[in-house]
Design a protein around this ligand. Structure first.
Ligand code: TNX
Length: 618
């Protein structure tokens, strides 16, 4: 009988969908794309008298206030937040509720928008928070343009059941090469939250500046946080020029605590990175006795890799352990990142102390001395209940027993780590380095190099093919890295990361078989509107035109022109001249003869956006 009613209900709902012919669904624009989402006819209207009803009053208080503060900021709404128990009638309200036992993991959520209710259900507060992020992306982009009038907000009826693919979804920021004040770090955390990242890897120390207050070693920030000058333009370019301006800054422990709290509320763990044994010029400038040679050293004013590194003496370990002790007090993160990348061995080679240590401990060479160094630090962290992460160089000379590897020089490090039964986080340069160019460099602000377009980031698959199912479990997720040699201010941080971090968010969150580039390309247009409304700087993408030629027709060659830009205005020529605004507009593939030179470019508002692409057919 029950079954009969279910079938009846199903048939009725079908007829409802088909009768309702004026329902033109606007597709959902959520990024990262949910694992399961169904759009339904109709709209819920959020209004001034809507309330936020809490199923579990205390554990979701922040989530409710967070949602309310955004509604307040952009729509002037100030909703009542009250417990759902005791509410007589639910009418046009939002319910946030923990309902443990749902099959969507600790970060999953269920979001339902229907006639009288928006409900966000999850096992844990993190899930409710992510449900709210999805809800915010269902609002029209006009919601974010602060218009004076208080508007009702239309939210499409839908049902979403969602959970992330990977447990580690990270973004990194280097604050040593350039310093970003706490307010910018919070803005960055907001951007991460929007895209459901759960980890912020904070690169706090490097050759060009030590950025975290350590009470026991005040010179780290008194001396180590400041450089005398900064290189102008690209590293390696002649003549070398400096700006001759003192530059620096650091975070006090109070500021760090405040930022950690801010991130924790947004379900983001901050992994602090304290670089060792290399990339340590700033620390050595403050405490030269930690090096193998007497110094003096100075905080680096240019980029690259520096020969002076920590010397593996007892004094150094005492220093690093004391620093890490203060760092662990500030950061509750299970992981502590200790760097470990780009360690030139010259100083250790010529140091009598190091050579004796190598002999005494039966080590083979300086590589093994580096492993010995890292293992010692790992033991210290493990003894304090923490886990070590290092860049993939920590594989050289033998991996520490429990270390997690961050694979940046391609994917080899990740593969080796996973095969050895270690966890790995994938950050290969070619896909995950957001300091790289994202479009033709002749039309872009200065970047370090490379060419990592939005489409390329989107195409990234974090689990290497080479791994079997058991090894693949060790791939925790992917992370975008933002090195800031050529990123002097936060506007440029946004330009370099938006929209590429949106693409990476989808790599990390969405099931691989649900990813779809054309659909992402469409959804990101809505996000561009949100960026504009929020005043976020972003890169509209690569205007490069891909010219592909297929030898399929008897009459000639079939030419297809494509660009990463959504619905681009591509103009092309076949006569050897560069395309102009008056050249033929591309609409669909066309046929040319052998030996034709095709030139094509994207135009926006009559302006050529990038150097034309050129291809001569065979
Ligand atoms: C290599 S990636 C570095 C950084 C630079 C970056 C520039 C890594 C672990 N080390 O020190 O900033 O390249 O892309």
């Amino acid at each position: 009988m029950k079954r009969f009613y279910l079938v009846l209900l199903f048939l009725l709902s079908l007829s409802f969908f088909s009768c309702n012919t004026d329902f033109k669904p606007k597709p959902l624009n959520i990024i990262p794309k949910p694992a399961h989402a169904w759009l339904q006819p109709g709209y819920f209207t959020l209004a001034a008298n809507s309330r936020i009803l809490l199923g579990n009053h205390d554990s979701l208080r922040f989530e409710a206030q967070y949602l309310d503060s955004i509604l307040n900021k952009y729509a002037g709404l100030k909703l009542k937040i009250i417990p759902v128990n005791g509410v007589k009638e639910i009418d046009n309200d939002i319910i946030l509720r923990l309902t443990p036992g749902m099959s969507i993991g600790d970060e999953g959520y269920q979001l339902r928008v229907n006639r009288g209710t928006i409900s966000v259900l999850a096992n844990k507060p993190a899930g409710v928070f992510y449900g709210i992020q999805s809800l915010l992306q269902l609002f029209p982009s006009s919601f974010y343009t602060r218009t004076a009038e208080k508007k009702d907000i239309e939210v499409p009826h839908c049902f979403i059941k969602d959970e992330p693919r990977f447990s580690y979804r990270g973004m990194h920021l280097d604050v040593s090469r350039h310093f970003f004040p706490p307010a910018d770090i919070k803005k960055y955390i907001d951007m991460l939250a929007m895209y459901k990242f759960n980890t912020f890897h904070w690169h706090l120390t490097d050759d060009q500046g030590w950025r975290i207050e350590i009470k026991k070693y005040p010179k780290l920030t008194k001396i180590g946080a400041w450089r005398d000058s900064t290189l102008i333009g690209r590293y390696g370019k002649k003549p070398v020029r400096y700006d001759e301006k003192r530059y620096g800054g650091f975070y006090t422990q109070d500021e760090v605590r405040d930022i950690v709290r801010y991130a924790t509320q947004r379900h983001i763990t901050i992994i602090p990175e304290i670089e060792m044994p290399g990339h340590s010029s700033a620390a050595l400038a403050a405490y030269p006795e930690l090096a193998c040679t007497p110094g003096p050293f100075h905080v680096a004013t240019t980029w690259g890799v520096f020969k002076d590194i920590y010397c593996p003496k007892e004094k150094t370990f005492r220093f690093l352990e004391n620093v890490l002790t203060e760092v662990m007090e500030l950061f509750p993160s299970k992981y502590i990142h200790i760097g470990g990348d780009e360690v030139p061995k010259a100083r250790w080679k010529s140091s009598r102390f190091c050579q004796q240590l190598i002999k005494k401990d039966g080590l083979k060479n300086e590589e093994e001395l580096q492993s010995w160094f890292i293992q010692r630090i790992e033991k210290f962290l493990n003894d304090h209940g923490r886990k070590l992460i290092g860049w993939d160089e920590i594989l050289q000379g033998g991996l520490s027993p429990n270390a997690t590897v961050m694979s940046w020089r391609g994917i080899k490090g990740g593969i080796a780590a996973a095969r050895a039964g270690h966890d790995a986080i994938m950050t290969p340069g070619g896909y995950c380095y957001f300091d790289h160019y994202q479009a033709d460099r002749n039309f872009q602000p200065l970047a370090i190099g490379g060419f990592t377009t939005l489409k390329k980031v989107y195409s990234y698959e974090p689990v290497p093919e080479e791994l079997n199912a058991k090894e693949a479990k060790h791939i925790l997720g992917a992370q975008g890295n933002v090195w800031t040699e050529y990123i002097p201010d936060f506007k440029k941080v946004q330009y370099m990361t938006l929209p590429r971090m949106a693409a990476l968010a989808e790599v990390d969150w969405t099931p691989a078989n649900k990813k779809n580039w054309p659909d992402f390309q469409r959804r990101i247009q809505q996000h561009f509107l949100i960026y504009k409304a929020l005043g976020y700087n972003y890169c509209p993408g690569s205007y490069h035109v891909d010219i592909s030629v297929e030898d399929t027709t008897a009459s000639g060659l079939k030419v297809t022109l494509e660009s990463e830009i959504y619905h681009p205005e591509i103009r092309y020529t076949l006569d050897g001249n560069a395309p102009t605004i008056h050249s033929k507009r591309y609409n669909r593939p066309f046929v040319v003869k052998h030996g034709t030179t095709i030139q094509a470019a994207v135009f926006v508002d009559g302006k050529l956006m990038e150097k034309p692409s050129v291809k001569k057919t065979k």
